[in-house]
Write a new protein. Structure first.
Length: 512
């Protein structure tokens, strides 16, 4: 009996060979997504080990996200020019090598450089893993292939904080990167062995070098501005002013060039569709807000609530439990219900839970923190799954690949920018609250006299009062930032109603 063939005429993999190929592709997607969250709970450990502040430590997150975002739009060109299988295998090998460089870094600057290289090599893994899954599975099993890919995309952000916390506490922070190395190298070797027969004919499109250069210029300038602004007193610094000028001029030049280029690196013409544009406004606001919460929560828990990295990761991971459970139901529901209603409901729910979290107190127990995070997960599939379909249904059939790539570029960029902004705003609010509370602390001197009479020295009294003051300042700042994020969620929920109703149903996700 002959083996079944695929739509392109290639002989299909069957049995164990198909399972191994699917596992290699799913594992590649898993570790690429995992590395966007595994460092969230490790920032404090990395910052302490390498002698930088926790705020500077967030560069470990943003450098990876920005680098990954830049290579996502290039994936289609790379696959056409060099072959999807070759690009996937090479990216996987480089991801493993760069992960090893991150783990071996003995200074913060070397670690950030390693994370940039890791992000550049990891960007193509997510879209190509889905592309190749759909290429090797028979048409009647395409839904199973898409489901496997989607499940790894949902599970990785849950596993990231837990795995990162356990590795930091039980071993050391370099292991959050070194753990990628054997997975990446084994998957690269297995994928080449099993998938090289499915390489398609090459198409040599020219690369938009000017567009790519301008993209790197404005994105890089803006990200450095956001990361360094708080340390350099923002626009009082000549460096920040130059970065702002570079970002603005680079962005305007990028817009003009990409709208007139014959083969743009990012096809901005899809923004002419109102449904797509407003869907992306909602995506950027809501995903940025969600990512900001996932960065702020472990920083707060570890630095001010005395949580270990493991417990911080286990607490943060609750936000993904219900998301995984209800995602299949939401996918089915989005086929029958107006996507705008589901998106609005999901984003409003996340805004409501975030507003609830803005009334936190310093003596909160584990479950008072974990339960809101668990409930937060109900909103994520309601927001993300139907929004993807709504956005892609608004563009023409031939534009779907470009539209999907641009969506994922902006989603990743939103996470990077949100990380920098939330850490900056949080630190500024802590300083402001600390200064504001100083005048209100023990105004009558009763607490001071009571502590002195108990035998404490004046230095010990001052240290004790400052500790109390700092704890309250941090809690107030955390609550204030959560309330700001809740408002952003509500704005995002309103913005989706400026999009028209979906014109058609999109079968399965496109891109990553």
């Amino acid at each position: 009996m002959s083996s079944p063939t695929l739509p392109g005429g290639d002989e299909a993999l069957t049995g164990g060979m198909l399972i191994l190929a699917a596992l290699a592709l799913a594992a590649a997607n898993f570790i690429a997504v995992l590395d966007t969250t595994i460092a969230n709970v490790s920032v404090s450990n990395i910052a302490g080990a390498l002698g930088v502040t926790s705020s500077q430590g967030t560069w470990v997150i943003t450098s990876y996200s920005v680098a990954e975002a830049i290579t996502v739009p290039l994936t289609g060109w790379l696959a056409s020019r060099f072959g999807a299988v070759r690009v996937f295998v090479l990216s996987m090998m480089l991801f493993g090598i760069c992960s090893a460089l991150c783990g071996l870094a003995n200074s913060f600057s070397l670690l950030v450089m390693g994370r940039i290289l890791q992000g550049l090599s990891g960007g193509p893994l997510m879209p190509l893993s889905q592309t190749l899954l759909l290429r090797i599975f028979p048409r009647e099993k395409a839904a199973a292939a898409t489901g496997l890919w989607a499940m790894t995309t949902l599970l990785a952000p849950i596993a990231g904080p837990i795995l990162g916390g356990v590795l930091c506490d039980r071993a050391s922070w370099p292991w959050i990167f070194i753990i990628n190395v054997p997975v990446a190298l084994i998957c690269a070797a297995g994928a080449w062995k099993l998938l090289k027969r499915y390489e398609h004919a090459l198409i040599r499109f020219p690369i938009d070098r000017v567009g790519l250069g301008l993209l790197i210029l404005w994105v890089g300038s803006l990200q450095i501005l956001l990361d360094e602004g708080k340390d350099l007193d923002w626009f009082a610094s000549t460096e920040i002013c130059l970065l702002a000028l570079s970002a603005v001029l680079g962005f305007l030049s990028f817009l003009i060039w990409e709208l007139t280029a014959e083969h743009p690196v990012v096809d901005l013409r899809v923004f002419r569709h109102r449904g797509y544009s407003m869907s992306l406004v909602t995506l950027v606001l809501a995903f940025g807000a969600f990512f900001a919460i996932n960065v702020l929560t472990p920083l707060w828990l570890q630095n001010f609530m005395s949580y270990t990295a493991t417990w911080s990761g286990m607490t943060t991971a609750w936000s993904g439990v219900l998301a995984v459970m209800i995602a299949p139901m939401v996918a089915a529901l989005s086929m029958r219900v107006d996507a705008r209603k589901l998106v609005c409901l999901g984003v409003c729910w996340m805004g409501f839970v975030t507003a609830w979290r803005s009334f936190g107190v310093t003596d909160m127990n584990y479950w008072q923190i974990a339960i809101p995070l668990l409930l937060m997960g109900l909103g994520m599939p309601l927001f993300f799954v139907p929004l993807t379909g709504l956005a892609l249904s608004a563009v023409d059939e031939g534009e779907m690949a470009s539209a999907a790539g641009l969506m994922n570029f902006l989603r990743t960029l939103a996470g990077a920018f949100a990380t920098s902004l939330v850490s900056s705003v949080w630190e500024e609010r802590i300083k402001f609250n600390h200064a504001d509370l100083v005048g209100q602390l023990d105004g009558m001197g009763d607490s001071t006299r009571a502590m002195l009479s108990s035998g404490m020295s004046m230095d010990a009294v001052r240290a004790s009062l400052d500790q109390i003051l700092n704890g309250q300042a941090v809690m107030l700042a955390t609550n204030q930032v959560f309330m700001m994020i809740a408002v952003i969620f509500i704005v995002a929920a309103i913005s989706i109603w400026f999009a028209p109703k979906a014109r058609r149903v999109v079968d399965g996700p496109v891109g990553h």
